[in-house]
Write a protein that binds this ligand. Structure first.
Ligand code: AMP
Length: 571
């Protein structure tokens, strides 16, 4: 089978149809709010690639990205990504075409991300860990045309991409990263556009950019979601770069800052808090991986000054290995779960500033203000980063605000918080209030600090498992588990885990009352093409699932049950 597209020069292409391509699947911001955001300077009518170019022009000789094996200045990054964009256009991809990403934290991911953006293509933040269940759904939901895959991983993503393209309504161009030698019918990112003269590549990028509507989608992120199917989050040119810039400004970053990033760069936190935030101010991105035995030495070697530590790395910060990068670190941002006093002090040492970030792919970021008292940086996730961000704490299931200090559902609205998921009209009705506040599914309260409203996260209502930052939708897994021939009913809950924060435990009711083995459950999920990180890591068998007095599955009881069992085995 061949999935190559016919190379053609850009002049032969018909231009993409712009925002109209998405029709009413894309929810726009109300005009009055848009006007306010523009006036506040928190929206910029300039496409993302031009924002990057502004930095390239300002800081050409400064380092833009460094990894354990590669580095680039802004000038090099600019030229290389112009050429990749030209190469993508030569493949026949047209502005507006979505491109799936399944690559890890390596410099090529950065290059092809920007290459896509410069060619007017729309990166889709899928994960290297995703399989047919996820990719099949998401690729159709967005009408993906391109697919970037990393070669040489344990699982053959190049072959996987070929299989996904077979009979697919839109997928047709496979791009590879790290492939040794050209794989049949695929296009290595490393050589894409390499023969295009830099000036020509620049001119072609500029020509694409001049046709971009700032209110159009620049990237699709994915939501952990609250119902079975993952939701697609459209991020727009007008707000996505500014979201990152606001974050960088909150933390006081400049071109001298060296930002280390360990968690997946393709996550919204990676793109916004790592890549775009660093590049919005001319800082250097020190792109590491989740493996601290490599990441911490790289941070030390590259003298990283700032790092975002996700919950999955809290233990590593507590350990002696954190001494190595500590010498150069000035700021540590903790995110994903409440840090205890001990971790907070360890992260801070005697000289560092420590704060917290609460963020979501749907938009809203709150970050500890630089000058907030230490106690509030320890106990709250700070304040929203945009002056026009609005927060309301609502009685769950209502639009009634609770008083400051009381716990309710965190809801938010603002310049970079989506006004609606992509192509999800029905779901949007429940996910947003009538006046457009996004219901986050997180429980929070407002704490007053020097008269300022800081947010304290107090839990969540949404039914998901947060496995080291990777969100697993309980309902999605339950629906898959009951397709196992021996499983009659299933309930999936989070169980505490010292390293990842949470892992998945499945309570099963079998048809014959006999236990089903973990091997059999996993083989079934593998057969369905479900990403491995979503597979249950513990099974419990019950004759019936417990119910609440309103007839819902009593997950609170199941969570308490697994906690008690884990405590017993710990003793
Ligand atoms: P994502 O869209 O994958 O970035 O996930 C966003 C979700 O992660 C939020 O809605 C929260 O449930 C959770 N989250 C993010 N930051 C924090 C934090 N600092 N504390 C607790 N939960 C968090």
């Amino acid at each position: 089978m061949t999935v190559t597209s016919t190379p053609e020069r850009s002049s032969a292409r018909t231009p993409g149809p712009g925002r109209s391509r998405w029709g009413d699947r894309l929810v726009g911001y109300p005009a009055d709010r848009a006007a306010v955001y523009r006036q506040a300077g928190e929206w910029t009518d300039r496409p993302l690639a031009r924002r990057l170019q502004d930095t390239v022009d300002r800081f050409p000789d400064r380092p833009a990205v460094v990894t354990d094996v590669a580095s680039m200045t802004y000038a090099e990054l600019g030229t290389r990504t112009d050429r990749i964009a030209a190469g993508l256009l030569d493949l026949g991809l047209v502005p507006g075409d979505p491109v799936l990403f399944q690559t890890g934290n390596r410099i090529e991911t950065v290059l092809v991300w920007y290459g896509c953006v410069k060619a007017g293509l729309v990166p889709v933040a899928t994960l290297a860990a995703h399989r047919a269940h996820e990719i099949g759904h998401i690729s159709r939901a967005v009408g993906a045309v391109g697919h970037v895959v990393e070669a040489g991983l344990g699982f053959d993503l190049v072959e996987f991409a070929r299989q996904q393209a077979q009979g697919h309504p839109t997928l047709r161009s496979i791009l590879t990263v790290g492939a040794v030698g050209g794989e049949d019918g695929t296009h290595p990112v490393e050589t894409l556009g390499a023969d295009t003269p830099p000036a020509e590549a620049r001119a072609r990028v500029e020509s694409v950019q001049s046709g971009i509507d700032p209110l159009d989608v620049c990237a699709f992120q994915l939501s952990g979601g609250t119902t079975g199917v993952p939701k697609v989050i459209p991020r727009l040119h007008v707000e996505y770069w500014d979201n990152a810039l606001l974050y960088a400004r909150r933390l006081g970053w400049t071109e001298e800052t060296r930002v280390a990033h360990l968690i997946p760069i393709i996550h919204n936190a990676g793109i916004s808090c790592g890549l775009h935030a660093a590049h919005s101010v001319g800082a250097c991105l020190v792109l590491a991986t989740a493996d601290v035995s490599k990441a911490f030495p790289l941070m030390a070697r590259e003298r990283a000054t700032d790092v975002l530590i996700g919950h999955g790395h809290y233990q590593a910060v507590a350990g002696p290995e954190f001494d190595e990068p500590s010498a150069f670190l000035r700021n540590v941002i903790l995110s994903g779960a409440k840090p205890g006093r001990e971790l907070f002090d360890r992260a801070g040492g005697r000289t560092r500033w420590v704060g917290q970030l609460f963020g979501m792919s749907e938009g809203m970021f709150t970050v500890s203000p630089r000058n907030a008292p230490e106690e509030s940086r320890l106990t709250t996730v700070g304040t929203p980063i945009a002056s026009r961000d609005e927060i309301r704490i609502l009685e769950p299931g209502s639009e009634v605000e609770v008083a400051d200090g009381e716990v309710g559902e965190l809801s938010c609205r603002g310049p970079y918080t989506i006004p609606g998921y992509f192509d999800a009209r029905e779901h949007n009705r429940a996910a947003f209030t009538t006046d457009g506040f996004y219901r986050t599914g997180d429980l929070a309260k407002v704490v007053l600090v020097d008269g300022e409203r800081h947010v304290s996260v107090e839990g969540r209502i949404k039914d998901l498992i947060n496995r080291g930052g990777e969100k697993i939708n309980a309902e999605e897994i339950e629906q898959l588990l009951v397709t196992h021939p021996r499983v009659r009913n299933a309930a999936v809950v989070a169980m505490p885990d010292p390293r990842l924060g949470e892992r998945t435990c499945a309570y099963l009711v079998t048809a014959d009352g006999e236990p089903v083995s973990m091997a059999s459950v996993r083989a079934h999920l593998e057969e369905l093409g479900v990403a491995k990180f979503k597979w249950p890591e513990r099974l419990e068998h019950v004759p019936e699932l417990p119910q609440t007095n309103v007839g819902k599955i009593d997950k609170k009881r199941l969570r308490a049950d697994v906690v008690a069992k884990l405590e017993r085995t710990d003793q």
